[in-house]
Design a protein around this ligand. Structure first.
Ligand code: ADP
Length: 391
């Protein structure tokens, strides 16, 4: 009996140990399951966070404005470009779209999306301090049950592109006009001569003179246009070398000695003999030629044109061409470097310039890494300054 009890007790003890072990194993298994689940959840959360970060980075880097609205027309998501374009504080979530974009055509687009799945390449103008031209693509969003879940707007700002197109059109119109004027004068002169004018020596000399002058002007215009186009496309090769500034300026002033004398203008080379510049000598001469030519042309009779330079420090020279003429009106000052801009159209035309001289100066100086600016006061003359690397 005792033996039986002992056996039973031993069996009970063994069973208790076994149950305890089983419990511990179960607890351990439960614990490890929980740990695995937790690890899995953490992995999911990290992946989701990374995905969200990536999406946020993509949205933030997008040049296009992107807005997602819910079916009630409230913003659910908007990127930085959208906030900048429409001038609201990002993220703007929860605000009605129309309150943010303040443009009735967006309401019309939302209404269209009720019947159409998408609206592509819709162009609209935003009036404001700066008017903007926008290209809008709108798509209806559907949920898993194919019910309308809102709309997505992707807006591309075309303002800069339209401005460039406008400039190109204006440039082509200007070029045509500038080419046509001398061409029609040449044609008119040739017709006059062919109609019998050639038989009169005086008429012959006069009209041949006209043909010669305007053919030269056409040649200059084409040369300037080709140079500007080469500068624009960056395919101009500069042979930069150490150049003695005083000597280069003197060569240019000598070229203009005759024109200056005819107008009674004194030409002063005030460049210190020691200064050396790092530049393409031929192109540098071209910069001085255009500036000195203008200073004589637009300066006053019996006036004075000075060319000077000084060390700016940090490896740069400041060079100037100054006249004591009537100056450039304030409204025209910032536009004189534009192609074909003339402060005084009638006067500039009689002077025979191409209207491209200062644009060429600016681009040549920029190609050397320098910069150019103008200072002028009415009746107190004009000074063009430009910076070039010193040698
Ligand atoms: P162009 O002389 O052939 O008309 P530019 O590009 O050289 O073309 O000059 C643009 C305009 O800037 C000129 O038409 C003139 O109105 C103005 N301008 C240039 N230089 C001077 C100057 N030194 N004084 C007054 N006006 C000037």
């Amino acid at each position: 009996m005792t033996a039986l009890l002992l056996i039973l007790l031993a069996a009970l003890a063994a069973a208790t140990v076994w149950i305890g072990r089983l419990r511990r194993q179960l607890a351990a298994a439960r614990e490890s399951g929980a740990r695995e689940r937790a690890a899995l959840q953490r992995q999911h959360a990290t992946a989701l966070g990374e995905q969200q970060e990536r999406l946020a980075a993509v949205l933030a880097q997008m040049l296009e404005a992107l807005i997602v609205v819910d079916p009630t027309g409230r913003i659910q998501l908007a990127n930085r470009a959208a906030a900048q374009l429409f001038g609201f504080q990002p993220p703007g979530a929860g605000r009605p779209l129309l309150e943010v974009v303040r443009h009735h055509e967006f309401a019309a687009l939302l209404a269209r999306l009720e019947h159409e799945p998408e609206v592509r390449d819709y162009e609209l103008r935003l009036e404001g301090v700066v008017a903007r031209t926008l290209n809008v693509n709108a798509v209806r969003l559907l949920d898993a049950g194919a019910r309308t879940a809102g709309a997505l707007f992707v807006v591309h700002d075309l303002t800069a592109l339209r401005k460039l197109e406008g400039m190109r059109e204006e440039f082509v119109a200007n070029v045509s006009h500038e080419l046509r004027t001398p061409l029609s004068l040449i044609k008119g002169a040739a017709e006059t001569l062919l109609d019998g004018g050639k038989d009169n020596p005086e008429t012959l000399a006069k009209f041949l003179g006209i043909i010669d002058r305007h053919a030269s002007r056409l040649g200059l215009l084409i040369e300037d246009l080709l140079l500007l186009s080469a500068l624009d496309s960056g395919c101009i090769e500069l042979h930069v070398q150490t150049t003695a500034l005083h000597a280069t300026v003197q060569e240019v002033l000598d070229d203009f000695a005759h024109a200056a004398k005819e107008k009674g203008v004194a030409l002063d080379n005030e460049v210190p003999a020691t200064l050396r510049v790092r530049a393409d000598e031929g192109r540098l001469r071209q910069v001085f030629s255009n500036l000195v030519d203008n200073a004589i042309k637009y300066g006053r009779e019996n006036g004075r044109v000075q060319v000077g330079a000084a060390v700016l420090g940090a490896g740069w020279l400041q060079i100037f061409v100054r006249d004591d003429g009537p100056g450039i009106p304030a409204t025209a000052r910032e536009r004189v470097f534009e192609r074909f801009f003339r402060a005084d159209k009638a006067r500039a035309r009689t002077q025979g310039g191409t209207g491209l001289g200062l644009a060429i100066v600016k681009n040549l100086v920029l190609a050397h890494g320098g910069e150019v600016r103008v200072e002028s006061a009415e009746e107190r003359g004009t000074t063009f300054f430009f910076k070039l690397p010193s040698a």
